[in-house]
Design a protein around this ligand. Structure first.
Ligand code: GDP
Ligand code: ZN
Length: 360
């Protein structure tokens, strides 16, 4: 098993004075900082100044998390207790500056962190059959929610004859978001992407499976492309597809987080990202008669009026309403789960009290 990750400076991993200040209490305990590069079922690969370490969470840390999204994820800064043979224990994690979180696939209302502490997210969409503006709207809402700068990357330019039309369509739904047309296969348009990858800056790649994320990583790695292969060598099953997330240090100093394609991209978060991604709807909504207008036939709805007047696309409003309903639904479920946990806690406490009384 390979573990000869070259030693790196912490600043090359995104470390800065603010992280340093947040780490002070851990440093006083003799812990060392490390950034999570990969996580597979509770086993972590963490990059430190001394190289990559295999790490596990302390029992306390894994039990204290009420939501899986609270556990350290790729991109997080952790406090480590180093052990022998390149092993370590994760004793704590620094509060995130932001994270791209989706609702975990399945019924449980839990968040799943795709990438933490990212400066920009590349929303990669293929200019082939993958192209879908409604899905992009969903990605944009989650990206804004992450606190990072969303960037739209239209890949497989070599397969499309309608580059200008596509770029225009995307710009219509992604206000103030940069749109880049590239071909990872031909390595064209990549310089525009490299601009986001200054030393210490972290970019996450998001998009459906097959849009070309891995090809893009390879192209951005340039002559160092073998490093992707070697970083992945110790995946026990020797799979070639991306089935887990990976933080990869580029030769130029930037950091890329490659995420697996997500079939289900459930909405998550407080809704600020949704409002930001649908700034046009939000602006019209200011003039609705009711503050909590759902724009679904209420009297005095300015958003519906905008659709009727042709100032807002009907399908755009439909997507907005669907995403908002989805958020509200998860929120209720999440609240129910919290209430249930609280109820069980009290049940247990009263059981314990009864037993104590009996034993007296
Ligand atoms: P991922 O699942 O997002 O990581 O996608 P991959 O990088 O594995 O790419 C999926 C397929 O698309 C592969 O067969 C790639 O060779 C192909 N591909 C990736 N980028 C391009 C591109 O710019 N143009 C063309 N024509 N094919 C591409
Ligand atoms: Zn309204």
């Amino acid at each position: 098993r390979k573990r000869e990750q070259a030693a790196m400076k912490l600043t090359d991993l995104g470390w800065d004075p603010e992280w340093e200040a947040a780490f002070a209490a851990h440093a006083a305990e003799g812990r060392i900082p490390g950034r999570v590069a990969r996580e597979i079922r509770g086993r972590y690969r963490v990059l430190t100044e001394a190289g990559a370490l295999d790490a596990r969470l302390t029992g306390r840390l894994s039990h204290e998390a009420s939501d899986r999204a609270d556990l350290p994820a790729v991109g997080d800064w952790t406090a480590l207790i180093a052990e022998r043979d390149g092993a370590a224990t994760i004793a704590g994690a620094l509060p995130r500056r932001g994270a791209f979180v989706r609702k975990e696939a399945g019924r449980e209302a839990q968040g799943q962190v795709a990438a933490a502490n990212v400066d920009a997210v590349f929303l990669v969409m293929g200019l082939d059959g993958d192209y879908n503006l409604r899905r992009l709207e969903r990605y944009l809402a989650l990206a804004w929610e992450s606190g990072a700068t969303p960037v739209v990357v239209l890949n497989k330019a070599d397969l499309s004859a309608e580059l200008a039309e596509r770029t225009e369509e995307v710009s219509q739904i992604a206000f103030g978001v940069q749109v880049h047309v590239v071909s990872a296969a031909d390595a064209t348009g990549l310089d525009a992407l490299r601009a986001y990858l200054a030393p210490g800056r972290t970019v996450a790649l998001l998009g459906s499976s097959g849009v070309g994320k891995s090809t893009l990583v390879n192209a951005l790695l340039g002559e160092d492309r073998m490093r992707v292969a070697s970083v992945r060598d110790d995946d026990s099953r020797g799979r070639h597809t991306t089935t887990y997330r990976d933080l990869i240090a580029l030769p130029g100093g930037g950091l890329l987080i490659d995420t697996p394609g997500m079939r289900e991209l459930g909405m998550w978060g407080g809704g600020e990202g949704l409002d930001r991604a649908f700034g046009d709807v939000d602006a019209f909504a200011d003039a609705c008669r009711f503050r909590d207008c759902t724009h679904d036939g209420e009297p005095g709805c300015a958003v519906q009026a905008a659709v009727d007047a042709g100032e807002l696309g009907a399908d755009r409003l439909e997507t907005f309403r669907a995403l908002r309903r989805e958020l509200a639904y998860h929120e209720r479920k999440h609240d129910d789960r919290a209430r249930l946990a609280e109820k069980n806690r009290w049940k247990q406490i009263s059981k314990l009290q009864k037993r104590l009384y009996k034993e007296r």
